[in-house]
Design a protein around this ligand. Structure first.
Ligand SMILES: CC(=O)N[C@H](C=O)[C@@H](O)[C@H](O)[C@H](O)COP(=O)(O)O
Length: 256
């Protein structure tokens, strides 16, 4: 028994590997995860329909995030990854967002998408690791990431999904999907309960989702997160504007 306590050895790369049986430590953990320890990872994604959905803009926002101290980037398409890869050596967590027929899963749901993300230059491929109905099993996505020499990050919404992802060979999990599956708490703030559960179970995790202030991000690290992903509060000015507009009682789309 190695890797995460209570779970079988799973991969060559991440926390599933050669950490000692008394719990996960950084010894034996991949260089990429070592570099991400304690890092602020900025998610630079623009939604479909956003005026910022342009690779040049994503590259400029990524450079701004690096200027501000981002130690990693989370990017959503092979084109964006390839462009930003040429600008920086910081670890990139890559994903695709693509609707799947007959499934609510949209984050890197197929081995083909995993391969495209890894080949574009992402060291870590993030994929939906929830219990939702899916076109391919989580284990297939992990195997494809490893075959491409990338780490596999499972975006989960519950402790049980995290345990299943590690058992299937994931290198790291992220709390990304809490609040976005019907069986996880629907709340405006980050899911610190899930973070405490993961930490209590000795499962390494990246904190992600609605960490909208520096204080919340710092609290996630203090809760035991390996690293913290912040997206909307840094790179979605439309969302941030809406937060302010709602607080002032003046919300409304005035773009047309
Ligand atoms: C649920 C989902 O699809 N999350 C996506 C995952 O990549 C992104 O849209 C989020 O921006 C990212 O998770 C960071 O979260 P936040 O923007 O709340 O800081």
């Amino acid at each position: 028994m190695g890797g995460v306590e209570g779970l079988p050895d799973s991969t060559r790369y991440g926390y599933g590997v050669s950490s000692p049986a008394d719990g996960p430590t950084l010894s034996g953990v991949s260089d990429v995860l070592q570099r991400l320890r304690g890092a602020l990872i900025v998610s630079v994604q623009a939604d479909d329909g956003s005026p910022l959905r342009d690779t040049g803009i994503i590259a400029a926002m990524s450079r701004a995030a690096l200027l501000g101290g981002a130690g990693g980037l989370r990017l959503r398409s092979p084109e964006d990854i390839r462009t930003v890869r040429a600008l920086t050596d910081v670890p990139i967590i890559g994903l695709t967002k693509q609707a799947q027929p007959g499934s609510p899963v949209y984050i890197t749901a197929t081995p083909q998408e995993v391969r495209a993300v890894a080949r574009a230059g992402a060291e870590v491929v993030a994929f939906d690791g929830t219990d939702l109905p899916r076109p391919f099993p989580v284990a297939d996505l992990i195997a494809e990431a490893h075959a491409c020499g990338a780490l596999a990050m499972a975006d989960i919404s519950t402790l049980a999904e995290a345990q299943a992802a590690y058992a299937a060979g994931a290198d790291i999990v992220g709390t990304t999907m809490s609040g976005y599956t019907p069986h996880s708490p629907q709340q405006a703030g980050p899911d610190f309960t899930l973070m405490r559960e993961l930490a209590g179970a000795g499962l390494p995790f990246i904190a992600e989702g609605r960490l909208n202030t520096p204080e919340l991000a710092a609290h996630a690290l203090a809760t035991g997160a390996h690293a913290v992903v912040v997206g909307s509060a840094i790179t979605r000015p439309d969302h941030v504007t809406r937060w302010f507009a709602q607080a002032l009682g003046v919300a409304g789309d005035r773009s047309s």
